[in-house]
Design a protein around this ligand. Structure first.
Ligand code: CS2
Ligand code: MN
Length: 360
């Protein structure tokens, strides 16, 4: 397991590369050019800037999250070819700086969705929260205004230019079914996977978060059967999965240990975090510790270890603790604690199952 840490870039993250380097066992950053709109080719000079900063900090940059997919690709419009072409051009450039994994998602219009970014937990820490009933009645205009009122941080998937087109996009999706979305994904994968393979970059689809349709928009990366179907659309080791325990875990019907066991050799990247799912379907993000949420984090790490997992892994979201002011879900402290928990589980496995001394 190779530990990495998400970094939003100079001036766009409260966490510094020096701090990241001090977290035990972290070898690289998970990065992206967050100011490049989905569908555009990434400029090489900006990629080099990140490379120089990472090199200076002694961290690698082999994992990108995300090169976002333009809506026209998800919609299957004729203009998708142009955006697929741009995607390929970006792949070439990323290969040039040594990128090995690209995490991306195939969710229409929205990336992750929550109803409260600072919901208080019993201990006074705050975390991202999803109230199921509220999403059913959410006023989208209000939501758009709220995000636009906080220009300091760009939120993944909530880019202003996408929000400006919201009504238009909803309209465009009105006839796109789950089946159609799978078809459109297939078209994209058939173009991209052989190309990525040629450049030795593994594509890693991120599960939908939450893993069910919202606002009447279809979602397809929701559970084990659909993941199998997606990976079989183009059956190649370069068509992989980002195993995100928090996203999949929001639906308690998902058996994530089984998902790890079935797709182990197709998982180049793992996001590990816990959530606590309530009986009414609401969920809140908790500390990584197994007992704090409803996801079997220990079981997942055991399963990764049993499968000799050699891919990249990052703690996903963390709570906001110790008065840290940070991007929602992406503070330093709780994610660093999460890493130490993951290492604890991993090292205990190594010692127990292989009789290895830690450090060998
Ligand atoms: C991430 C997602 O912060 C998060 O929830 O796990 O935004 C993720 O980066 C994208 O869905 C992957 O494309
Ligand atoms: Mn994730």
């Amino acid at each position: 397991m190779k530990m990495v840490f998400r970094w939003f870039g100079e001036g766009n993250d409260t966490v510094t590369l020096t701090q990241i380097k001090q977290i035990p066992g972290v070898e690289g950053i998970v990065w992206a050019l967050h100011d490049v709109p989905a569908g555009e080719e990434w400029p090489m000079d900006k990629i080099w800037q990140v490379k120089e900063a990472a090199d200076k900090a002694g961290l690698h940059m082999k994992v990108v999250e995300s090169v976002n997919i333009h809506e026209d690709i998800k919609l299957g419009l004729p203009s998708r070819d142009l955006y697929i072409d741009n995607y390929k051009k970006t792949i070439v450039k990323l290969a040039e700086v040594g990128v090995k994994v690209i995490c991306y998602n195939f969710m229409p219009v929205f990336d992750w969705v929550r109803t409260d970014l600072h919901k208080e937990l019993e201990d006074g820490s705050t975390a991202l929260f999803y109230e199921k009933e509220k999403v059913a009645h959410l006023n989208l205009d209000e939501q758009v205004q709220r995000i636009n009122a906080n220009p300091n941080f760009t939120m993944p998937g909530w880019e202003p230019e996408r929000l400006a087109r919201l009504t238009e996009l909803f309209d465009a999706y009105k006839d796109v079914t789950e089946e159609q979305l799978f078809e459109n994904a297939k078209y994209f994968l058939e173009e991209i996977i052989p190309f990525a393979a040629k450049h030795d970059i593994r594509m890693a689809i991120h599960p939908d978060d939450p893993p069910w349709p919202i606002f009447g928009l279809p979602r397809i990366i929701t559970g084990q059967d659909n993941i199998r179907r997606f990976l079989n659309l183009v059956d190649s080791p370069y068509n992989g999965l980002t195993m995100c325990s928090g996203s999949l875990g929001a639906n308690p019907a998902n058996d994530i240990v089984a998902i790890v066991n079935e797709f182990a050799d197709r998982i180049p990247f793992a996001h590990i975090r816990n959530v606590r799912v309530y009986e009414n379907g609401d969920f809140i993000e908790t500390s990584h510790r197994t007992t704090d949420g409803t996801v079997d984090i220990a079981g997942i790490v055991n399963a990764l270890h049993d499968n000799d997992y050699e891919g990249y892994c990052r703690p996903d979201h963390g709570r906001h603790i110790w008065d840290e002011q940070c991007r929602p879900g992406y503070g330093l402290y709780d994610r660093a604690l999460g890493i130490m928990y993951l290492w604890g589980l991993w090292d205990a496995n190594r010692r127990k199952l292989q009789g290895e001394r830690i450090g060998d």
